[in-house]
Ligand binder design. Structure first.
Ligand SMILES: Nc1nc2c(ncn2[C@@H]2O[C@H](COP(=O)(O)OP(=O)(O)OP(=O)(O)O)[C@@H](O)[C@H]2O)c(=O)[nH]1
Ligand SMILES: [Zn+2]
Length: 353
């Protein structure tokens, strides 16, 4: 249970199995860990000792760890060892020293959710794919809310072109169409996660998959109140035997969409500009320019307009720069992948000759 697989079992001895746990949550270097006895609290030993053990990363959600005890009666359990991770989903954060934040580990499949309506954006999908490939988990694309679109063939083609060889599942949480296909990736010992923009329907799908099932996890407490039962939704066990990792951090992996955020900040300007006589108005000296008119009458503040222009310029530059970089990185990866696939298939052929 809890996504335990051979990859983990191969790393430990028979005697260590009872002391195995999986990290469910982390906060201030205090961890909630699920063990076969239930949920317990743990911590890493003093930093010096921990470093000496040769592990540079602290435990993260999804990690398999070895503990020194399985009951919390005499204080927090000590995390003796973090087992080797088969995958690691992380996020780059600003700063020089701590530039990697681990979101979750040991995920087999990461579903990249994108809806057929206004969220559909191939550029963004490519960036998510890059993150997932970097993690070593397998990406699967979820085209969501298909009940909102008559024809998804063009969109499917666009996705197939941008993501050759990647599985695509089309779903609707309203009609339930396609959702069961996700279970294929959720068998015993499998761990999955969902990424994608806010509002594309990740929760709806997870809830649909959960159905009526709400799992309670027994927590062993340090105090004398004894056992009590608590539910949590960070590591969600599914009826099919797999685990969904659904943490706040997972939701925070957002691809910055600067263009829309500018529109959101300056809705008044975007609205005004719609009244310009020419749809491609540059708001300089064109006749019938609603922006110029608003500036003259004072409806639009000159400094706000200047600020908008300045930000737009910066953002245009940022988009040009990052898109070029992201695009070339992306295609380099595609090339490497297809080369690898070719090698594997040609090796296979040689052997069978
Ligand atoms: N028509 C339609 N609407 C959907 C579908 N799935 C979700 N929605 C709606 O889309 C909205 C957002 O859905 P959520 O499941 O909360 O989206 P999310 O990706 O979990 O969003 P965050 O929690 O912000 O990350 C809700 O109003 C849902 O009712 C679908 O398949 N079809
Ligand atoms: Zn104008």
């Amino acid at each position: 249970e809890w996504g335990l697989d051979d990859f983990v079992l191969k790393q430990i001895s028979q005697g260590e199995i009872p002391f195995l746990g999986r990290i469910v949550t982390e906060g201030n270097k205090i961890y909630k860990i699920i063990t076969k006895e239930g949920l317990i609290t743990g911590e890493v030993p003093g930093k010096a000792i921990y470093d000496a053990a040769g592990t540079d990363d602290f435990p993260a959600v999804g990690d398999w760890v070895l503990l020194d005890r399985l009951n919390g009666q005499s204080g927090n359990a000590i995390i003796l060892k973090v087992l080797t991770r088969k995958s690691k989903l992380s996020r780059k954060v600003a700063g020089k020293r701590f530039d990697e934040q681990i979101i979750a580990t040991n995920i087999d499949t990461i579903f990249i959710a994108m809806s057929v309506n206004n969220d559909f954006n191939i550029r963004r999908l490519e960036r998510y794919l890059t993150i997932v490939w970097d993690s070593m988990a397998m990406p699967v694309i979820l085209l969501t809310k298909i009940d909102l679109s008559q024809n998804i063939d063009d969109k499917m083609l666009e996705i197939e072109e941008a993501a050759p060889g990647v599985d695509i599942i089309t779903t609707s949480a309203v009609t339930g169409e396609g959702v069961q296909q996700i279970n294929k990736y959720l068998g015993l010992g499998k761990t999955v996660a969902f990424v994608g923009s806010s509002g594309v329907g990740k929760s709806s799908i997870i809830n649909y998959l959960k159905g009526e099932m709400v799992m309670a996890v027994k927590e062993l407490r340090n105090d004398d109140k004894g056992r009590h039962t608590t539910t949590h939704r960070q590591l969600v066990p599914m009826a099919s035997g797999g685990i969904i990792i659904d943490t706040p951090g997972m939701r925070e992996i957002q691809i910055m969409d600067v263009e829309t955020s500018l529109d959101k900040t300056f809705t008044d300007i975007e609205t005004l500009a719609k009244n310009c006589k020419f749809s491609n108005c540059q708001h300089q000296s064109e006749p019938g320019c609603a922006i110029n008119e608003a500036l003259e009458t004072g409806i639009l503040d000159q400094s706000r307009w200047d600020n908008y222009l300045k930000m737009k310029k910066e953002i245009d530059y940022f988009i040009r720069k990052t898109d070029k970089k992201a695009e070339s990185e992306y295609w380099n990866k595609i090339k490497k992948r297809s080369k690898l696939i070719k090698e594997i298939t040609s090796n296979g052929r040689k052997r069978s000759d």
